[in-house]
Write a new protein. Structure first.
Length: 509
């Protein structure tokens, strides 16, 4: 058990390690792309900012000579304020341009220094008051300084464009490298994912599919299939060994049940001619059927398999095994002459669950019980064989299947059980002949000339319990002599079996 637990943990660790590796790989790829994208964006933003600042300086400064000459032509306070305000803006932008000189080429740096020095000279000429005789000279000096500054600025812009182009190519090469690295990481992630998918398919999905098919064959009582691989030392290997063991156990148990069933029929046929009390004979048959069987090993095995299925999240397998266990427990351990209607509906529920897993959408089942099921008693396996007959000989004969409906309700003094199906039905002549045989059920000779509907009344050894409708009707007549049994049917429409039992009889069974 400790070895199994270690393997179970190691399988989980393998999956967790792979998922962690994939998470780290994808996170690294994304972080790498985000980091380099942000870096390129910041670099590109710095280049654009420098272009914008240089262009802004050129635009603002080109207005300075015009504003100065306007002031010189008309020396008003407002004209001087306009010049000073624009000059302050130029000074501010020049300061930004100087701050952004880091990272530029040496040529760009020297041009900015020339612009700065020439601007200082321009500002000094413009602000230095002169006499009327020197105003023309001042305007000429301002124009010369302005022309030099604009020429330096133009060269700076060209140099910045050239330098920016080189940066752009560097960024482009960096982006190509980034794309190659990202593509490599993506290929690694995709390759790892494909390998993991192959691993999961081979080590988990394929064994689970084989396990599901094996369990499905077991539910069909096909025990001749090859055993599942049992050499694995993980949880799937443990489950395979449990299913193999279950198959062997069920095969032996069902073989014993069939042998005991044959023996029961022989004993029943002999005793029916000797003993007048059919009720005592029925008890002997059930006692013989339940003797010499120790169900504990079977139930323990089913519980082990159900537990393993729960650990593997195999919900369908778990439910099938649980319902099969309930069905066998009811079959082997029930020694009562009568059980509550609630117990009978419980085993019927397990039987229907297994059948629906076998036949899927071809089988629809409905239950409508309008009574308190714990207060009424009926013989065990009264409803299940009748429902099984409706499924096998009525519904499943049709290509697309059909529906079986069980209605339970009370009249003034009777408990009424009705099993209805929309199967192939029977003709009027056949149903009249069948109803005529119900009061004398048990006489095999009376039915030997009715082969067409013989299956409805006799035992079916391939069924879940081996009890046919004939045995059910016979036991009901023996236990409840006043009960009424009626079969209704219409060809291609369906069949209805109606059982009426006095309330006072089934309440005190």
């Amino acid at each position: 058990m400790e070895k199994f637990q270690m393997k179970f943990v190691s399988t989980q660790i393998k999956v967790l390690l792979f998922l962690s590796f994939m998470g780290i790989l994808f996170a690294s790829s994304n972080l790498y792309s985000i980091y380099h994208g942000t870096k390129c964006e910041e670099q590109f933003d710095r280049v654009l900012t420098k272009y914008y600042t240089i262009n802004q300086f050129m635009t603002l400064f080109s207005e300075n000579p015009v504003l100065f000459e306007t002031y010189m032509a008309d020396k008003t306070e407002q004209n001087w304020i306009n010049f000073i305000n624009n000059n302050n803006k130029v000074r501010h932008v020049l300061g930004k341009m100087i701050q952004e000189a880091d990272g530029m080429s040496l040529e760009s740096y020297l041009l900015i220094q020339s612009i700065k020095n020439t601007y200082v000279n321009f500002d000094m000429i413009a602000r230095n008051p002169t006499g009327a005789n020197y105003e023309v000279r001042q305007i000429i000096d301002v124009r010369q300084s302005s022309s030099q500054i604009l020429e330096y600025t133009r060269k700076l812009l060209e140099e910045s464009l050239t330098f920016g182009t080189e940066i752009y190519f560097d960024m482009q090469n960096s982006m190509r490298t980034e794309h190659q690295i990202s593509m490599l990481l993506l290929i690694l992630a995709a390759g790892a994912s494909v390998l993991f998918l192959f691993y999961v398919k081979r080590q988990v999905l394929n064994p689970l599919t084989a396990l599901s098919l094996a369990v499905n064959e077991i539910t069909k009582e096909n025990f001749d299939t090859a055993d599942l691989p049992s050499d694995r030392q993980d949880e799937i290997g443990h489950l395979n060994r449990a299913v193999n063991q279950m198959k062997l156990v069920l095969k032996n148990v069902i073989q014993e049940l069939k042998e005991k069933q044959l023996l029961t029929h022989k004993v029943y046929s002999q005793e029916i001619r000797i003993i007048n009390s059919e009720k005592m004979l029925e008890k002997a048959r059930f006692s013989l059927l339940q003797s010499q069987i120790n169900p504990h090993f079977l139930f323990n095995t089913l519980n082990v398999i159900a537990g393993a299925a729960t650990k593997e999240n195999a919900d369908t397998t778990y439910e099938l095994i649980t319902h099969l266990s309930r069905f066998f427990r009811y079959t082997l351990e029930n020694k009562e002459e009568a059980v509550t209607l609630f117990q009978e509906l419980g085993v019927l529920k397990s039987f229907i669950f297994i059948q629906k897993k076998r036949f899927g959408e071809r089988l629809d089942y409905q239950l409508n019980a309008a009574v308190e099921t714990n207060q009424y008693y009926i013989p065990p396996f009264t409803l299940q064989p009748l429902v099984e007959n409706s499924i096998k000989h009525g519904v499943l004969v049709k290509e697309h299947g059909g529906r079986v409906k069980l209605r339970i309700y009370e009249s003034s003094d009777e408990l009424i059980l009705r099993i209805l199906d929309n199967g192939v039905g029977m003709s009027r002549k056949e149903i009249q002949r069948l109803n005529a045989q119900i009061p004398i059920i048990g006489n095999a000779a009376a039915l030997s000339d009715k082969p067409h509907h013989k299956h409805l009344l006799q035992s079916d050894t391939s069924s879940g319990t081996g009890l046919g409708a004939g045995n059910v009707f016979e036991r009901l007549k023996l236990i409840y002599p006043q009960c009424k049994i009626k079969i209704y049917a219409k060809e291609h429409i369906g069949t209805c079996i109606e059982i009426r039992i006095l309330l006072e009889d089934c309440k005190h069974a």
